[in-house]
Write a protein that binds this ligand. Structure first.
Ligand code: GAR
Length: 211
C-alpha cells in the first residue's frame, strides 16, 4: 500500500511556501508562474528551478529571475533503475538543501520512481495537457487528435506512484477544433494552463485545498 498524501503547510505572503519547479523543455509554464509570483503578493515563491535536460530553454527563465537554476542530467549508469534512482537522489538532495516545501512539475517529462514520490507525496503536483484519466502519458495531444475527441483540456493533480493518476485538484476543458493539429492544440491548452496552474498553487499554499 502506498503512503498517505501530506499537503504543504498553510503559508502566507509574509511567509511564502518555498517552491521548486521541475522542467524539461521551453518552460512557458514556469515563466507564467514566475510572472504570477512577481505580480501579486502570493503565498509561494520559486526558489529553485531544476531541469533534467541541460539544453532546456526554460532554464533561462529561472536565471533571468535570479532564481537558483540547475540542470541535473541522467548519470551514465547502465542499470536503468539504478540510473533513475541515482538521478532522483541528486534531485532530492538539492530539494532538501533548498528547504523546498512544494515540488511543481511543469513540463517535466520523466516518470518519478515510488521512492521519490514517497518522499514528496502531497507536496508534489503536476499539470497534464488532457482531461485525465483520459490520455495520460507523454503524447496527450497526439492521442486526443487520433481518438477524434471533440473536447480536451488540462488537469492539475497530486502525483502518486502511477502515471498521471494521482488525485485531481482541478480541470478545465478546451474544445478541439476541426482543423487543429498538435501544435495549435498544444498552444491553446498551454494558454489555459498558464492561468489554471498558478491559481491552484495559490490555493494549495493557502490551505484552500483538502483531500
Ligand atoms: C505543458 O503543456 C504541460 O502540460 C506538458 O508539457 C508542456 C510543457 O510546456 N506536460 C506534460 O505533457 C507532462 N506529461 P512548457 O515547457 O512550455 O511549460
Amino acid at each position: 500500500m502506498g503512503s498517505e498524501f501530506i499537503l504543504p503547510r498553510t503559508a502566507s505572503s509574509n511567509d511564502p511556501l518555498r517552491l521548486a519547479v521541475l522542467i524539461s523543455g521551453g518552460g512557458s509554464g514556469l515563466l507564467s508562474l514566475l510572472e504570477h509570483q512577481s505580480a501579486s503578493s502570493c503565498a509561494h515563491r520559486t526558489v529553485l528551478v531544476l531541469s533534467d535536460r541541460e539544453n532546456a530553454g526554460g532554464l533561462q527563465h529561472g536565471r533571468d529571475s535570479g532564481v537558483k537554476t540547475l540542470s541535473i542530467p541522467l548519470m551514465d549508469i547502465t542499470d536503468s533503475l539504478a540510473q533513475r534512482t541515482t538521478h532522483e537522489e541528486e534531485i532530492h538532495r538539492q530539494l532538501i538543501e533548498c528547504e523546498i516545501e512544494l515540488v511543481v512539475l511543469s513540463g517535466y517529462m520523466r516518470i518519478l520512481t515510488p521512492w521519490f514520490v514517497g518522499h514528496w507525496k502531497g507536496r508534489l503536483v503536476n499539470i497534464h495537457p488532457s482531461l485525465l484519466p483520459d490520455f495520460p502519458g507523454a503524447h496527450a495531444h497526439r492521442d486526443v487528435l487520433s481518438a477524434g475527441a471533440k473536447v480536451t483540456g488540462c488537469t492539475v493533480h497530486l502525483v502518486d506512484e502511477g502515471v498521471d493518476s494521482g488525485p485531481i485538484l482541478a480541470q478545465q476543458s478546451i474544445p478541439v477544433k476541426p482543423n487543429d493539429d498538435e501544435t495549435s492544440l498544444q498552444e491553446r491548452v498551454k494558454e489555459v494552463e498558464h492561468s489554471l496552474y498558478p491559481k491552484i498553487i495559490d490555493m494549495l499554499s493557502t490551505g484552500e485545498i483538502s483531500l
